[in-house]
Design a protein around this ligand. Structure first.
Ligand SMILES: N[C@@H](CCC[C@H](N)C(=O)O)C(=O)O
Length: 265
């Protein structure tokens, strides 16, 4: 859900976010995105991201595409190249003729301290203790933290069991998003995501980006990859370490509404 905080002020405390995001008593959403005026002259807007649990976070790839659609539809800009401030740095968005949006997601972070992830050194694969068992995973920062697990068949992946255990694992001091990825070919993967602060969602753009970075680190993916998520598909382009990663996909309006205060939800 995207709010126009340019024409109006909104104070989003955790309880307000939880009430808005509630699937039965609220509007229902995975994230609440707040558009505000930019504080620096080289950006068009500021973009803030709140998870369904009310936590404010640094990145939302799918939200960035929705944000681009929103500001143009709301008449806040007619630009096709939009630069926005986020808590994790500026993002560049490009709106195409067919309505799809490319987001420059910046340079993926692989240094454990930048993710943040507790490990002595960067690696393509880490081994973590999980209860009586252990698990192999990759850890990637996209402005928010991601753990990536390779599975044989994404349909049967233990998303609801392993997802919350890894989200709260002490190796991720700021918790983490968790992706379960089935590599179909060097150019395609299927992905399900357990999101920090939201649970399993139908699609997570930043997790799709992180999955491609992980798969490339394992030597299983190439530069251009199509990621199939339960809610749709994304095209990811990443030339490799130290380079910017770009994500392209659609954004669609579900409905418009007018905020009348918390009493109305
Ligand atoms: N749950 C994420 C934030 C939202 C990510 C989003 N769904 C996306 O598309 O990137 C977090 O806590 O980092």
């Amino acid at each position: 859900m995207v709010l126009d905080g340019v024409r109006r002020n909104f104070l989003l405390d955790p309880e307000t976010c939880q009430r808005i995001a509630h699937r039965h008593y609220g509007i229902g959403c995975d994230q609440i995105l707040l558009v505000e005026p930019a504080s620096s002259p080289d950006c068009d807007f500021r973009y803030r991201i709140f998870n369904a649990d009310g936590g404010e976070v640094g990145q939302c790839g799918n939200g960035a595409r929705c944000f681009a659609l929103f500001v143009r539809r709301a008449g806040l800009t007619d630009k096709r190249s939009i630069r926005v401030e986020t808590a994790s740095g500026p993002l560049e968005l490009q709106v195409h003729d067919d309505g799809t949006v490319t987001v420059d997601m910046g340079v993926p972070r692989l240094d454990p301290a930048d993710i943040p992830f507790r490990a002595p050194a960067a690696a393509n694969n880490y081994r973590l203790d999980l209860g009586q068992d252990h698990i192999e995973l990759a850890a990637v920062g996209m402005g928010n933290p991601h753990a990536l697990l390779r599975v044989e068949d994404v349909r049967g992946a233990p998303v609801a069991e392993i997802g919350p255990l890894l989200e709260h694992h002490p190796a991720f001091p700021e918790r983490t998003n968790v992706g379960f990825m089935e590599i179909v070919s060097p150019h395609a993967l299927r992905l399900r995501t357990w999101e920090r602060g939201a649970g399993e969602t139908l699609a997570c753009g930043s997790n799709a980006c992180a999955a491609v970075v992980a798969g490339r680190g394992w030597g299983a993916l190439r530069e251009r990859v199509r990621v199939e998520l339960p809610g749709g598909s994304l095209e990811i382009h990443w030339p490799g370490p130290g380079q910017h990663l770009r994500m392209t996909g659609p954004a669609r309006v579900v409905f418009d509404g007018v905020w009348q205060g918390l009493e109305s939800i």
